[in-house]
Design a protein around this ligand. Structure first.
Ligand code: ISC
Length: 469
């Protein structure tokens, strides 16, 4: 039994509808506590609800998992001005929604989605569906928050909506959860047919060109991204990919965002910003070394990384930038003097945590806009680095390295950056990985580093073990 604490369902919906109409609201959001529902089962069987959108989100600590099905209200932009547009649209939605005051993290009406790396596209191409911003409020959402399970259902109401209409939709969502919420998905392995790195020699040459520009003092750091195309014999099953990413996770977010037959998916170790009332949490993540095979080797590599000047330099630009950017928004900011080591599945990174206390009236979207792109994704100075990226990278970045996350009706939420990611369409996946380039970088080493960064997603897609040629 999923519902708890409701006496008479029909009377409940009649009351909700009446209350919503009295306050002139256009939407209703209902949150309930639940048990025994698996987020990936909810994600997998979405077509049973005749919808073509779904998302999956789990945070770094795996303490918040969100699965959203169907889009109640989509917001899509293809041009500049997307941050303020999304901010206004979300404020407007929040004014129009009738909701109970449930203050559980990640419940109630939530806007999930992302922005493109650049505010405008040179050639939108295969990023058309995602645009410069795409967000939606799901119709049905499952939340696992600190081990507790919640269901949020969201409804649009018009003048002609009756309590019977609401009850019917509610029953539909609950039948879906009861029938499929604990059903183990069955799927075939994704079998790799071919994989091809996009212009690897040209990419290495571009790293060399970037280094030359740094020698000429044109900029201090740039992050260059490269692409790999992987083709499979069958349509790629994103539930399978998430299962694999979950099975090998350690410190990363895992998210997937589907619009029709396009899925953007990422296993990123990097948070951009999280807001919990007046507190904010960000991180500086830049500088990398390979992992060893033993604990001792990892310790040795970690020590090397902490003391390596090139990597420290790469990292310090991020610390300086995040500190300067957040300073104006925060009355208190805590950033340790020295970085630590973060060990992901395949790499060690330099990592500095950031915590702050906000001045009043600072919105999450304002913070996202101000921070993006940090020098961990763009470079330093920001303007020069972005210009060089546009000059040297032949393909659109789209949502690679860009802010992706969610915001709730209290203005709280969490945004990561979409690195170590892939854009999936049917049987093809484009994988993305980049690295920070500074004057003392070596193009061959950066090529190797990005090669390692492809691996977790490539393996999760089914890429290494099942190659057919
Ligand atoms: C830009 C990426 O990684 C960033 C995050 C951590 C370490 C990085 C580095 O050492 O280059 C990058 O700044 C990517 O994985 O695509």
């Amino acid at each position: 039994m999923l519902r708890t604490g409701q006496l008479d369902q029909t009377a409940f919906f009649k009351q909700k509808l009446q209350d919503a109409r009295t306050c002139s609201k256009r939407y209703i959001s209902i949150v309930e506590k639940a048990i025994n529902i698996h987020p990936l089962s909810v994600y997998h069987f979405y077509k049973k609800l005749n919808v073509s959108e779904r998302f999956y989100w789990s945070n770094q600590e795996n303490t918040t998992i969100l699965t959203g099905i169907g889009s109640l209200v989509p917001y899509h932009h293809s041009t500049e001005g997307q941050y303020s547009a999304i901010e206004k649209e979300w404020e407007h939605f929040c004014d129009e929604v009738y909701r109970e005051k449930v203050d559980k993290w990640g419940t109630g009406p939530i806007l999930m989605g992302g922005f493109s790396f650049f505010e405008k596209y040179r050639n939108i191409g295969h990023w058309e569906k995602f645009g410069t911003a795409h967000f939606y409020v799901p119709k049905l959402m499952l939340t696992i928050s600190m081990g507790e399970t919640y269901i949020t259902t969201n409804y649009e109401i018009t003048d002609s909506t009756t309590e019977a209409d609401l009850e019917k939709r509610y029953e539909e969502y609950h039948s879906y959860l009861e029938e499929y919420g604990m059903t183990q998905p069955e799927f075939e392995e994704n079998i790799l047919q071919s994989k091809e790195e996009y212009q690897p020699l040209e990419w290495t040459r571009s790293v060399g060109q970037a280094i030359d520009k740094m020698k000429e003092n044109q900029l201090d750091k740039v992050v260059l991204n490269r692409t790999m195309q992987a083709t499979f014999t069958n349509d790629i099953n994103s539930t399978k990919v998430i299962y694999s990413l979950e099975a090998t996770r350690n410190v990363n977010y895992i998210f997937s965002y589907q619009l029709d037959d396009h899925v953007f998916i990422s296993a990123t170790p990097e948070r951009l910003i999280q807001k919990k009332d007046n507190r904010v949490y960000s991180m500086c993540l830049a500088g990398s070394a390979g992992k060893g095979l033993t604990v001792e080797e990892n310790e040795k590599n970690g020590k090397w990384l902490i003391n390596d000047l090139k990597n420290r330099h790469e990292h310090d630009f991020v610390v300086k930038y995040i500190k300067n950017t957040l300073k104006s928004f925060c009355e208190e900011l805590n950033i340790p003097m020295y970085p630590r080591i973060m060990a992901t599945k395949s790499l060690l990174h330099l990592f500095t945590p950031v915590e702050g206390v906000l001045h009043q009236h600072v919105s999450l979207i304002d913070l996202v806009k101000a921070l993006h792109p940090t020098p961990a994704l763009g470079g330093f100075p920001k303007k020069e680095a972005c210009q060089l990226i546009a000059e040297l990278e032949p393909l659109e970045r789209g949502w690679y390295g860009a802010p992706f996350g969610w915001i709730d009706a209290n203005g709280n939420g969490d945004f990561a950056v979409g690195i170590r990611s892939a854009l999936i369409k049917q049987n093809e996946a484009k994988l993305f990985a980049g690295c920070g380039v500074v004057e003392s970088s070596n193009p061959e080493e950066e090529y190797k580093e990005t090669g390692i960064k492809f691996l977790p997603m490539l393996n999760a897609l089914g890429g290494s073990k099942n190659e057919t040629k």
